[in-house]
Ligand binder design. Structure first.
Ligand code: UFG
Length: 339
């Protein structure tokens, strides 16, 4: 089965392409390389032993999308292509709304024209805002988005819900990701943050590698056991395999029209200070850090209720936090050796 993976050269996209090949699918990548590198393709091809077809271009270009859908006999689509920097989204809202929502609309329109109806959409746990009860289930009410980026995910979900409510023959699953971390265990692909990383794990590995002087733990006065924030860190290969499970599920559905949302996390929350400690234990490298102020927009804690992903997708995360940190560290060392 041929699957179009938009944003297939990105962090989650590239790992999903590998998981798709392992599961017997034929992925086709569409990526504009605005936040990735061509070397990712080399890594994917080395891991899979295949040359994965890749189109360089924008998911907002209707004619390009249409021609790939037809030429490659695509049967389903996984849509990763989107901007994802929370801070930047507040400074350049139009850029985010245009790209993240525009590409989704183009994709849906072109899929409809050529009669392709299976879609998996990248959503985020950010749609829950600051939840009252933990763990968060898919029934937990969606709250007003705290960022433009988060709003593009909420609106994206609404668009999909409306399209399916209109009885179009689309079958769509939105996966609400928790915090993706780690890298492929081969260290042939991984995360490629641009400039100073915003996210915790790349900052930790870059600090351990001596690229950054010290990590700042954003806040130690939250109402959590050790005062630092808690997140649900999921290995990117587990997350990749959740997409394979979702695709499989779409193929089994009897309904003519279908839309639903599923959390993709481990169900376990870890604090920033626990990450710091575990990383030092695993890497045997001391990690210089200081406690700093809270980062604006951060919520104290969130982690997933995983009952639905287990029951509906028949999938659950199998890799540990240790695996994630080990693989992230191996990838960082590989990157350092490369440059
Ligand atoms: N943190 C630090 N120091 C750093 C970086 C992060 O202490 O240098 C802390 C943050 O305060 C937070 C935790 O580490 O408590 C995780 O932060 P990340 O930036 O890695 O991840 P977030 O949970 O903030 O963001 C992630 C995704 C977003 C998504 C959001 C939804 O990166 O795309 O989850 O909650 F919108």
């Amino acid at each position: 089965m041929n699957i179009l993976v938009t944003g297939g050269a990105g962090f989650i996209g590239s790992h999903t392409v590998v998981a798709l090949v392992e599961a017997g699918y034929q992925p086709v990548i569409l990526d504009n390389f605005s936040n990735s590198e061509k070397s990712v393709l080399v890594g994917i091809n080395q891991i899979t032993g295949r040359t994965i077809p890749c189109y360089e271009g924008d998911c907002n270009e209707a004619t390009l999308v249409r021609s790939i859908l037809e030429k490659e006999s695509i049967q389903g689509v996984i849509h990763f292509a989107a901007y994802k920097a929370v801070g930047e989204s507040m400074e350049q809202p139009l850029k985010y709304y245009r790209n993240n929502l525009g590409s989704l609309l183009v994709l849906l329109e072109e899929m409809e024209k050529v009669g392709i109806h299976q879609l998996i959409f990248s959503s985020s746990c950010t749609v829950y805002g600051e939840p009252e009860h933990l763990p968060v289930t898919e029934q937990t009410p969606v709250q007003k988005a705290m960022s433009v980026y988060g709003n593009t995910k909420q609106i994206g979900e609404e668009i999909l819900r409306d399209v399916v409510a209109a009885q179009t023959p689309f079958k769509i699953i939105a996966l609400r990701y928790f915090n993706p971390v780690g890298a492929h265990p081969s260290a042939l692909i991984g995360e490629l943050p641009r400039g100073v990383p915003n996210n915790l794990i790349p900052f930790v590995t870059q600090t351990a590698a001596g690229i950054r002087k010290e990590l700042t733990v954003f806040g130690s006065d939250y109402a959590t056991a050790d005062g630092s924030c808690i997140r649900d860190y999921i290995h990117v290969m587990d997350l990749a395999e959740a997409h394979v499970a979702a695709l499989h599920k779409l193929g089994q559905l009897q309904e003519r029209s279908f839309y639903d949302e599923v959390n993709v996390g481990t169900g376990v929350g870890n604090s920033v200070l626990e990450i710091v400690e575990s990383f030092q234990e695993i890497s045997k490298v001391p990690l210089p850090y200081k406690i700093g102020d809270r980062r604006s927009g951060d919520i104290p804690q969130i982690y997933a209720d995983v009952q639905k992903s287990e029951a509906f997708l028949g999938w659950k995360a199998s890799r540990s936090l240790k695996d994630s940190l080990q693989d992230a560290w191996r990838w960082q060392q590989k990157l350092a050796a490369r440059s």
